[in-house]
Each structure stands twice: as structure tokens, then as C-alpha cells.
Write a protein that binds this ligand. Structure first.
Ligand code: NAD
Length: 512
């Protein structure tokens, strides 16, 4: 039986180790929480405060602790119980006044679905995949084995601070890796909750949460990991990729871009307004999948304006500041950045701000030019600019000449228009006639091209954290056939080898 590992010496700053070692599938007492937190700098001995933590996880991985399916299932089930923590909603409310409905929907329900989907299918995903063989290998076994990477690092942003931690962690555990998770330091309350409560549910020999700012994260990244999964801004993505390159570590980068929303002239305006307003103002616009700007004709803009005004009032009342269903901006820095964007174009709806509360009203901007500041960066706030485009061709051209989006939204009752946008805007995901709802399907991989490097969600996350190991197990029989490959080489041998291993183009007739 494998022995539980003990961390040698003291733990690095911000490291959380709570539950007693072992299966970790149960919850340890509150008193245990954060017991490993300390501020000792081990750099005197190792030069880097995270070396010991990483080597402990590597040791657990080498012992094969995470390999059995039963172990992974137990950890995933325990992780599912973490989602029942009542404090999750409180932490999210403290950080950005996230409405409980939105927190339950996005941070809890979608993660529970991911856990259940993964548990339902893990047995199938883990199975070796047998592959086609040629004439020479007919007696052999050729297959793809689902191997684990080892110790992986997950770095996450603040805007869906539970969702993004768990969506990546679920796949990393399912694939059999040991994991270090570093939540965002911007959402302090959620960071504390993840650091203190999550380790109570997981096996601390194999899974750790590190709380760290930029300086500590830089140190953490000096260590060699077997995989790095990063979600955040493109500028930090470059830093992560540079750090990974030093060790040639494979990476996934989920970065996000500005998501266009084309509204064609023929669609049900009222429904469009409600669906766009919901997607844009969910979590006060602080989601990476929100529609970032509307593209439509001047005529459609005329129709959309009263419909958007009506939708906003219907959702949040006449004064959205008083609505319990409208969140606040996560921090002062973010608040000030978003407020400056209000000067682009003309405020047609909303525009009110309250710095003390970090409140920015659901806002619609018109007369916006593609060159305006609000069109140069991801908004991540409750502002919806409308840019006019005379036709679908003009809209597609505008989308294709800008920074690539994470998702393209289209509203149209004309299938031809829908297909035209789908066909001619190849980057990022696609959602027709709604916003955000594609996120509810575990069957759809998530990620763009320039906006991401790699895909995740459900099986895609499992595949991301899995090394697909190509295996050929040959029979020791038929050595005479093998001998055809050995020197001394002859033309006759080459002819036979080609015949036996050649891949023929299907449907071509060799007799003619
Ligand atoms: P960020 O890039 O500033 O931070 C992300 C993580 O990187 C955090 O954990 C942070 O501590 C760490 N970090 C920051 N600077 C670092 C540095 N110099 N060295 C090492 N680590 C560093 O992102 P953010 O502000 O937390 O989140 C918002 C960004 O995330 C937006 O750009 C948004 O589009 C993007 N995002 C993308 C997705 C997606 O799935 N594509 C989802 C959510 C957010």
C-alpha cells in the first residue's frame, strides 16, 4: 500500500494543505483548514519557495497515486461536495456582489454538470483506443493509451473565479494528474475560500492551492511543470508562454477577445434585445463570453434602442443600482478603466456611475466608431457599444479585420445570413440567436484560435490534460516478414515492404 507523503520542512508562502493525507475523499475539520499556510521563505535552501511543494507532488505522481480510476472518481466526487459549500455564494457576493442566481447558474450548476458528465464518461475516456493496422502489423496490437502528464499548474483569472478553477481542475484530476491551482488574487474572498476550503475535500498529497501575487507567481513559474493551463489576459499569456518555453512545457492559454454580435435586419427585435442584454449585463458584463459589441444597420439600431431600454428596465427596474440582480465591478482599478470607456461615442442608455459602490449602470453606446477606445480592448464591464454596418458583408469584413474573437454571435431569422456569418468568420466559437447558452452544453469544446491555444470543457479538458501515447505491441512471431526490413537491402525487399505498409488512396483504380 502506498504511504501518504509528508511535506519535508515547512511549506512555501500561500500554500494550503488541509486534509489529512490519504484518499482525501472526505472533508477534514474546519480547524485543519489552512494549517499549512505559512510565510516561510525556503529560498535559503532551494532558491525557490515552491521547489519542495512541486517535488512532493512529483513524488506522489511517481508513486502512481493518481493512476487508478477509483482514486480519480473519489477525488471528483469530493470536489463535487466542495460545490455544496454555502460560503461560495457569500465569497462571490463580497468580491463583486455577484447575484446569487448568476453564481448558482454559472459557478455552481455548470461545474456540477461538468463533474457529473466527467464521472459518467471517465471509464470510456480512459480506455485505450485501438487503431487501424497495416498488413505487416496484423498480428500486433496498435492503440492510443491515455497517459497522464504528471504535475500540472493551473492559473486562473478573477471574472468567474470558482467556475474557471474547477472547470480546468476537474479535467486535470480526471486525467490522473497532480495539480497546483493558483486562483486570482483580485477576488480576495473567493481566493481565500478556494485556498482554505478546497484542500479539505481533496488529497493534499496530490493537489494544492497556492495563493500568490505576480511576484510569487513568477517564482512558481520558474519550476518545471509537466503542463501549464492558463486563463487570463493575452499580455500575461505571453509571460506564461515564455516561462513555459524555458522548460519546453506544453501549455493551454485561454485568453479571450472581443466578441462581436451581428444583428441582421430580419429578426424578432424584442427577443434579440432581451437575449443580448442578458448576455452583456450578466455579472455586470464581467464574463469573457459576453457579446462585446453589436453590429447592425442604422435601421436596426433604431428598432433595437427602445427594445434594449425595455429589456434593461424589465430585468433591473428603473434604477438598476437598487437591483439585487446586478453585480458590481470587481475592483477600483477595473472600475476606473471601464469608466473611461464611457466617453466613446454617445451614451444612449445608462451611463451612471458610483465609484464608492463600483457601480456602472447597464449602458448602451451609439455613434461608436471602430477606432474608438471602447472598440480597442475587451470591455469586461456593463457597456454595450453599437457599431453600424450597412450589410452582412460589411459586418463580416469588420469582424475579420479586427482582433480575433472568442465567440461570434449572430441574430437572424434568415438561415442564409446565419450560415454566411458562420462560414466567413472562422475564428472562435459560434452561437446563433442567443448569447452565453452554448456554455451550458458539456458537449461543446470551448476556445478560439488567436484568443486561445487549446480547447477545454468536458472530454476536451480530459484530452488536454492527457498525453495520448501511441503504442504498438508487436508479436515476436513472423520474423521472416520482419527480415524484409533488414540489410542487406534489395529492390525486391523494398517492393514487398511498400506493398505491406502502403496506405492506398481510396476510390482510385490501379488497373487503369
Ligand atoms: P490576468 O491575465 O491579469 O491574470 C490571470 C492570472 O495570471 C492570475 O492568477 C494572476 O495572478 C496571474 N498573473 C497576472 N500577472 C502575472 C504575471 N506578470 N506573471 C505571472 N502571473 C501573472 O487576467 P485577469 O485580469 O485576472 O482576468 C481577466 C482576463 O482574463 C481578460 O483578459 C479576459 O478576457 C480573460 N479571460 C479569458 C477567459 C477564457 O476562457 N478565454 C475566461 C475568463 C477571463
Amino acid at each position: 500500500m502506498q504511504q501518504p507523503l509528508e511535506l519535508p520542512g515547512q511549506q512555501p508562502p500561500g500554500y494550503s494543505k488541509s486534509s489529512p493525507a490519504g484518499s482525501g475523499a472526505g472533508k477534514s475539520s474546519r480547524a485543519d483548514r489552512g494549517s499549512g499556510k505559512g510565510s516561510m521563505d525556503c529560498s535559503a535552501t532551494s532558491g525557490n519557495p515552491y521547489v519542495e511543494l512541486v517535488s512532493c507532488l512529483q513524488a506522489a505522481w511517481l508513486l502512481g497515486k493518481t493512476r487508478p480510476m477509483e482514486y480519480r472518481v473519489a477525488q471528483l466526487e469530493a470536489l463535487g461536495h466542495f460545490l455544496d459549500e454555502k460560503n461560495i455564494l457569500d465569497a462571490l457576493a463580497s468580491d463583486m456582489r455577484k447575484p446569487p442566481f448568476e453564481a448558482e447558474f454559472c459557478e455552481i450548476l455548470l461545474c456540477k454538470n461538468e463533474v457529473n458528465d466527467t464521472l459518467n464518461k471517465l471509464g470510456t475516456w480512459m480506455k485505450d483506443e485501438h487503431v487501424e493496422k497495416n498488413v505487416v502489423t496484423q498480428l500486433d496490437s496498435a492503440f492510443i493509451c491515455k497517459d497522464l502528464y504528471g504535475v500540472v499548474l493551473i492559473l486562473t483569472p478573477w471574472n468567474c473565479p470558482v467556475h474557471i478553477v474547477l472547470m480546468s481542475l476537474i479535467g486535470a484530476i480526471a486525467a490522473g494528474n497532480c495539480v497546483i491551482v493558483k486562483p486570482s488574487e483580485t477576488t480576495k474572498n473567493t481566493e481565500r475560500l478556494v485556498a482554505e476550503a478546497l484542500p479539505c475535500y481533496l488529497d493534499n498529497d496530490c493537489f494544492a492551492v497556492v495563493t500568490a501575487g505576480v511576484e510569487e507567481t513568477t517564482k512558481l513559474l520558474e519550476n518545471k511543470f509537466d503542463y501549464i493551463f492558463f486563463t487570463g489576459s493575452p499580455s500575461v499569456g505571453r509571460i506564461i508562454m515564455t516561462a513555459a518555453a524555458k522548460h519546453l512545457t506544453p501549455v493551454t492559454l485561454e485568453l479571450g477577445g472581443k466578441n462581436p454580435c451581428y444583428v441582421s435586419d430580419n429578426c424578432e427585435v424584442q427577443n434579440v434585445a432581451r437575449r443580448v442584454a442578458w448576455g452583456r449585463f450578466f455579472n455586470a458584463g464581467q464574463t469573457c463570453v459576453a457579446p462585446d459589441y453589436i453590429l447592425c444597420s442604422v435601421e436596426m439600431q433604431e428598432k433595437l434602442m427602445p427594445a434594449l431600454r425595455e429589456a434593461i428596465t424589465e430585468f433591473y427596474g428603473s434604477n438598476p443600482q437598487e437591483s439585487p440582480d446586478f453585480a458590481r465591478i470587481v475592483g477600483d482599478k477595473q472600475f476606473r478603466r471601464i469608466r473611461t470607456l464611457l466617453s466613446s461615442g454617445r451614451v444612449a442608455i445608462g451611463g451612471q456611475t458610483d465609484e464608492q459602490e463600483r457601480y456602472i449602470a447597464p449602458t448602451v453606446l451609439v455613434d461608436v466608431q471602430p477606432s474608438d477606445p471602447v472598440m480597442q480592448e475587451k470591455i469586461l464591464g456593463p457597456i454595450l457599444p453599437i457599431v453600424t454596418a450597412a450589410s452582412v458583408d460589411e459586418a463580416i469584413n469588420l469582424i475579420n479585420t479586427r482582433e480575433q474573437p472568442l465567440i461570434v454571435y449572430v441574430f437572424s431569422s434568415d438561415k442564409k445570413v446565419m450560415n454566411q456569418v458562420l462560414e466567413w468568420t472562422s475564428r472562435g466559437g459560434f452561437c446563433g440567436n442567443d448569447t452565453l447558452m452554448h456554455m451550458t452544453l458539456t458537449s461543446l469544446p470551448f476556445g478560439g484560435i488567436d484568443s486561445s491555444l487549446g480547447k477545454y470543457h468536458s472530454k476536451s479538458t480530459f484530452d488536454t490534460f492527457t498525453h495520448h501515447r501511441s503504442c504498438l505491441h508487436r508479436s515476436m512471431a513472423l520474423e521472416t516478414t520482419n527480415a524484409l526490413c533488414y540489410p542487406p537491402y534489395t529492390q525486391q525487399k523494398l517492393g514487398l515492404v511498400c506493398f505491406a505498409s502502403e496506405v492506398k488512396r481510396q476510390g482510385t483504380c490501379t488497373l487503369l
